[in-house]
Structures are given as C-alpha cells and as structure tokens.
Ligand binder design. Sequence first.
Ligand code: PLP
Length: 417
Amino acid sequence: MLDVTAVRKDFPILSREVNGHPLAYLDTASSAQKPGAVIDAVTRAYTEEYANVHRGLHTLSAIATERYESVRGVIARFIGASSEEEIVFTGGATEGINLVAHSWAAPRLRLGDEIILSTMEHHANIVPWHFLRERQGAVLKWVPCDAEGWLDPQAVMDAVTPRTRLIAVTHMSNVVGTLTDVAAICRGARERGVPVLVDGAQGAVHAPVDVEEIGCDFYALTGHKLYGPSASGALYIRADRAREMRPWKGGGDMIRDVTLEEVSYAAPPLRFEAGTPAIVPQIGFGAALGYLMDIGMEAIRAHETRLRDHAADRLGRLEGLRIIGGLRGRGPLFAFTLERGPAPAALALALDAAGIAVRSGSFCSRPVNRQFGIEASCRASFGLYTATSEIDRLAEVIAESCEDFRQGRTAIAGGLM
Ligand code: PLP
C-alpha cells in the first residue's frame, strides 16, 4: 500500500504555503509536481553531465548521450513496448499526435477518407485532424460518449467504413475522467484493418499500461503529467508502422545522408527526431518513470481509487454540486459546476485564496463541454501525493464559498468582492 505521508516528502513543493495556507495541489491532471528524484536528475545533468547528444566524441557528450538514450528503454519498460526503437522522443502528447497526423495520416489520405474520433477528445487530438480536414478533405466522424462520459467500443466499430484510415481516441478523458476500453477498440479495428492512435496523456498516469496488450499502433505520452519535466514525452509507434512512415521535421540527426541533390533518412526512431532534442527534460522524464515504477503503478492505482471514492463521497454530498458525467467509475479527477454557487473562475479564485489549486475553464476540450451543456467548470484532479485530508479541505471551502455566494458575499483572495 502506498504510504502517502512518505511520498509527500519526496515532493519539495508540497511543503510550501500559498496565500497563508498549506498548499493543496489538486491540479495534477493539468501538470503534476516533481519529486526530488526528477529535480536531482535534472540538476545533475546540468551541473555535471551536460553536452549535446549524438554529436561529439568527447567525454561529456558520450555521458549525456548515454543518459539520454537510456531513457528510451525506461519508457519502453513503462508501457510494455518490446523494443526501444518503438519509442520516439517528443515534447509531449500534442507533438506525438501531430507527428502521427503528418507522418502517418497525411500521406495516405484521399479526399473523403475518414478519421474516427470521440467527442471527448482534448484539442490535442482534435485540431491536428481538423488540419487534415481543411487541407486534404478528410472527413472527421465523431462518436459521442454517453451521458455519463463513457465511450462504447461497439459504437466506434459501427462508425468504421471502408474509407476509415485511422481511429484516434483518448485513453482517459481529462474532463469526465472516464477510461476508454482501448483494447476492445484495437481488437475490432485490427479485424477491420484500421490503425488506432491512443492519446495516453491522462491514461498512462493512473494505471499500468501495456501497449502490446492494448494492441494499439500509436500511443502518445506526455512527461509533465507523469511527474517529469515539461517539454518531455514520447510516442510509441509499433515497429512495422514506424518503418512505413516518412519523417515530418527535417534537420540534423534524422538523416542517413545528405547531398546537394538528395537526402536519405535514418531508421526509426531517429527519423522522427530532427534537431537538438530536449536532452535534460527527457533525462528527467526517465527519472520520473523510474520513480513511478519503484512505487508501482498498481499501488498508485489503488491509492488513487481510494482518493476517487473519497472525493465522490465528499463532493457528492454537497448541495447543488453537479459532477460532469456523474460519479460512477472513472479516474481520480472531477469536473463540476455549482447550481447556486460561484461561477467556475470565481470558485477557483476562492479556493486559491485558501491555498487549494484547481483548474477552471473548458480544459482544452470544448466539444465535450458543449455536449454536457456547459462552457466551463472547475476541475479537481489528484495524484499519487494527494491526501484525503486535502479533499476534505476542498469540500469544506466549496461549501463555504456557496454559503458566501448565497449570502451575497464573494470572498476572493481573503477580501470581499
Ligand atoms: N490529451 C489529453 C487527454 C490531455 O489531458 C492533454 C493535456 O491536458 C493533452 C492531450 C495534451 O498534452 P500536452 O499539452 O502535454 O502535449
């Protein structure tokens, strides 16, 4: 069982105060805090081991290259990929999905070809496909999630036609917190010869992932949500797909040869990595995944399931609080609105005044907000360092803010507005 008191000591930022209160960081789905293991790895890389990678024969370049390249193996182990050649370094899930759009989809699409998406995708898994709609006449086919935010794999299969070129779905919704049965989707898709891209930006954070068991062709990860540095991340590309794909960015490192007349390309994964990469962020990402694997993703899942149940109970008891998609199942995040209470942004400010960090807005997912009839909500999201006492504080301050609102008082930053 995960010892949350011990885990919290690994995260230096959690001991600080915000607005005179102990910080309760409930915005982990947006970006997670970093453990000492990551901070130390980044500091060591810059203070003792920094140089450019892949380029030099000197000692520091060799050490930096070894540290950086070894992260591929860590990522492969974390997601159950059979070879580190299937791991392309990216700046995050957004970049990974754009890579698939440019390198896999764009060269294969003919006017009227279809891409299947769910309505609960993050803009990172919507806008790159709109580009292909605008530029190449691709047809985007939307499969709606149900009233509780669940995506039915059969509904995805029913949308497949002979024109379908790709299915791109989120592993876990960043708004309603539901998990997609991506293995069922991949099974059906494979029978129909359609590749599947899974957006794992949220899903990989909360439970063990095995891309071979899932059976996907592409799986996008983002490092900063996995307790690593921002600008780190990876895209899993199944080996046979990677070999069929053309590069998308041109520059140093991704070539086999360049002459004045022509260019030939390196084999994957370097083929997809042009220019000096995010060397130190990726080293930090490797440290983050090592830290998570030491704790164990099953232990993290069990802890976060308890947090979710606790929050469902505490938030579920608050009068007028509507959880988007309801309480059943889902991961450790809740987006909610208040019927007779402050608007999302005002509530987020009131919570901040009490030292509680949550996010408000539409979380880069406007279509699913519209499907649920809202423009914005507040979202509380938990991670391996979240304590149930922080969820209790959240519920208490929401209740106080609602009371202030009903009495015509709006407390923001300690004052009355
Ligand atoms: N997909 C989902 C489901 C997300 O929640 C996010 C970020 O919030 C992204 C993709 C984009 O991730 P990044 O901005 O790290 O590339």
